[in-house]
Design a binder for this molecule. Structure first.
Ligand code: 9YT
Length: 127
């Protein structure tokens, strides 16, 4: 087994930042678990367009609050601490953070580790 500490991820290539989030990639494809796990901060006041066409993602909010808007029906899903949302339909959505949100995100298939969203909010299947 292995133990992975967040402090050992920070500042490495597994610490991936964009204008709206910072994803600390605790487990990635090369860890060979069949899924990845990230500890992600979504910055307060931001909106992110996301469409995980190639992945399923579960997102457990452990700090903060915001909302997800699913684009197929414009439904607004308020999300706060201690709530998990599962994008079980590869749901294209907008993630809007009211406060900083700290999220534990699990992806299947796993992220390779360096992905950021493309112009359509998509992560490639394998980079
Ligand atoms: C909640 C969400 O999908 N945020 C974007 C970053 C992503 N979770 C990642 O790459 O860790």
């Amino acid at each position: 087994m292995k133990v992975i500490a967040l402090k050992d991820i920070i500042g490495t290539e597994r610490d991936v930042k964009t204008d709206t989030w910072n994803s600390r990639r605790l487990l990635v494809k090369e860890d060979k678990m069949g899924f990845s796990v990230t500890d992600t901060i979504i910055y307060a006041g931001t909106e992110t367009h996301i469409y995980y066409k190639h992945h399923l993602e579960a997102v457990y909010c452990i700090e903060g609050e915001g909302e997800v808007i699913t684009l197929k029906d414009n439904k607004v899903w308020p999300i706060k601490k201690d709530e998990l949302y599962a994008l079980d339909q590869h749901d294209e959505h907008i993630l809007r953070a009211k406060t900083d949100m700290r999220m534990i995100c699990v992806f299947n298939p796993p992220l390779k580790g360096t992905e950021v969203h493309d112009e359509n909010g998509i992560y490639p299947l394998d980079v």
